[in-house]
Design a protein around this ligand. Structure first.
Ligand code: GLC
Length: 569
């Protein structure tokens, strides 16, 4: 195969679907590639070892250059950082660790100048225990208004010494903590589905609802293009808070459970009216502002309820993330996704990595099951071969980026970064690690600061060499400057994929399955592009056609295992 140099580039505008409301411009988010920035680990301007907003601003050109459409910033709000910022003490300010509101405004302006949309994270299921609302609830007694914003309950047992029910925290251990009342006596218990520093709000409380409408407006007024909604399946709990024991195969966030009746703390119907009210607020602003749900809900047909026309715009497709490197599973989840999301008029999304899961360059090479949240470390079973993991990750990303809809990238996957497995125990910071006393490694391994420059301190993350999690010593090979311009690098593969995706308008396309390649092959046509991915070991003969992209060098006609090719056909 050779590059056809006479091929005419396609003008995306001639193929883009029209906005259903205005009939003019396409809605950007239906086809967007959205890049997740984890601020602690992206770029550090002040050298304290923790990334910050000015660091992001300084490095933003590299993302425009990569070819993404938008960025999503994980939390940078005021927070004691017990759960890396997902424990918010002030929803409308920037933590000094990350900078100031003025730094945010500068970042947003630079993003706009570069043509990048900006999505921020909102964490409504719980606050930090350092939030003034919770501090007031501790001071004011049982039955007080301040306490009614959270889920305080009396304990069971003769003296209230037992938790109100048997629920377990996502991070391990009981989901309840008993407080000491202001007068020094043992008191009520409060619910925390996550760490004890993250008390759950009571979303049946009208006051709580109103506070968050103001938070939405605060950021919309500052010009954000949308919100990623944290734990968007958890805010309403079943009345009475009944005991519940999850099935053994349940992921910590609720994935893997297709039971008719959801757990009493996940996927309750009451969440939907909250999102309808949020949608009304977003729709009252000019431009296309979006809500994207982090909702670990199975099956996909149920998840589609989060993106009905008057609710959110998108939901992360964790079924896709969890489908592994198996052709039959990939085909099934693509079919299901396109069907169920289309049934409610929403685009499908696709995602392979984020800050809560083992990076897919390692995950796809694991030889044993690894439930979400468990993480991997030196003592884990079935650790991946790095080369196999990376080959599969490149091949899987090349499938994902050819699919119609919107794709999410997690910082570092464009460098082919593996999970950092050998972090020393004393460096680990995920509450999961502490709450399970080391039984689960948790998520630190996917959160290690990015390598930018092979020869600089901390690989260019900053100039001092400090790093809140230690970077593996061999990460020079993954540094952005090492990979830039090297056609065999993962960075150049992503850049080519994003450019080709945009030239052929794949995000707005549709899938036609191609048969005859065998059970271990995923093969489809999206418009003028044929995609063939070989998940097996037997090489696959390819049709003669112009090669647009390949995750391995193809000198003959056969596609080896763990590889994907895009052909013009
Ligand atoms: C979400 C976040 C995760 C966080 C949890 C609690 O799942 O992605 O990082 O720990 O919510 O806020």
């Amino acid at each position: 195969m050779s590059l056809d140099e006479t091929a005419q580039p396609i003008d995306p505008q001639t193929l883009a679907p029209l906005d259903t409301v205005t009939g003019l411009e396409p809605e950007w988010w239906r086809t967007a590639v959205i890049y997740q920035i984890y601020p602690r680990s992206f770029a550090d301007s002040d050298g304290d070892g923790i990334g910050d907003l000015p660091g992001i601003t300084r490095r933003l050109d590299s993302l425009a250059d990569l070819g993404v459409d938008a960025i999503w910033l994980s939390p940078f709000f005021t927070s004691p950082q017990k759960d890396a910022g997902y424990d918010v003490a002030d929803y409308c300010d920037v933590d000094p660790l990350f900078g100031t509101l003025a730094d945010f405004d500068i970042l947003r302006q630079k993003a706009t100048d570069l043509g990048l949309r900006v999505i921020v994270d909102i964490v409504p299921n719980h606050t930090s225990s350092a939030h003034p609302w919770f501090e007031a609830a501790l001071v004011d007694g049982p039955g007080s208004e301040a306490r009614s914003h959270y889920l305080f309950r009396d304990g069971r047992g003769d003296r209230g010494e037992l938790p109100p029910n048997n629920w377990q925290s996502v991070f391990g251990g009981d989901a309840w903590t008993r407080i000491t009342e202001a007068d020094g006596t043992p008191g009520q218990w409060y619910l925390h589905l996550f760490d004890s520093s993250q008390p759950d709000l009571d979303w049946n409380d009208e006051w709580v609802r109103e506070q968050f409408l103001s938070v939405l407006r605060f950021w919309l007024d500052r010009g954000v293009d949308g919100f990623r909604v944290d734990v968007a399946h958890g805010m309403i709990k079943r009345p009475g808070l009944p005991d519940y024991t999850p099935p053994a195969d349940a992921g910590s966030m609720g994935g893997g459970q297709e039971a008719a009746e959801p757990p009493p703390y996940w996927a309750q119907d009451g969440v939907h009216e909250i999102y309808r009210s949020w949608r009304t607020v977003l729709d009252s602003y000019p431009g296309d502002r979006i809500l994207v749900a982090e909702a670990w809900v199975d099956p996909l047909s149920k998840l589609a309820n989060w993106v009905r026309p008057d609710e959110m715009h998108q939901a992360f497709n964790f079924s896709y993330l969890e489908s592994g490197w198996k052709a039959s599973s990939i085909r099934r989840v693509i079919d299901d996704s396109l069907e169920v999301f289309a049934s409610v008029g929403a685009p499908s999304t696709w995602v392979l990595s984020n800050h809560d899961v083992v990076r897919h360059a390692s995950r796809l090479g694991l030889t044993v099951e690894n439930p979400q949240g468990a993480g991997i470390g030196p003592k884990s079973k079935g650790l991946p071969d790095r080369a196999i993991g990376l080959a599969r990750a490149r091949a899987a990303s090349a499938v994902m980026l050819a699919l119609p809809g919107s794709a999410y990238l997690y910082q570092g996957e464009e460098l082919g970064l593996p999970e950092a497995i050998d972090l020393p125990d004393e460096a680990r910071q995920d509450p999961t690690w502490f709450r399970t006393e080391g039984a689960r490694y948790g998520r630190d391994g996917c959160r290690v600061p990015l390598p930018w420059e092979a020869a600089s301190p901390a690989f260019g993350f900053n100039t001092t060499g400090e790093s809140w999690l230690p970077q593996p010593s061999d990460w020079a090979a993954y540094a952005r400057d090492t990979e830039t311009g090297d056609p065999s690098s993962t960075l150049e593969l992503y850049r080519l994929a994003l450019d080709t995706r945009s030239r052929f308008n794949l995000g707005a396309g549709s899938i036609e399955w191609l048969t005859g390649y065998g059970p271990e092959v995923v093969a489809f046509r999206n418009g003028d592009v044929t995609v063939i991915a070989n998940t097996g070991a037997v090489p696959v003969e390819l049709p003669v056609a112009e090669e647009l992209l390949s995750t391995v060098p193809l000198d003959g006609a056969a596609l080896p295992g763990d590889a994907t090719v895009w052909l013009r056909a």
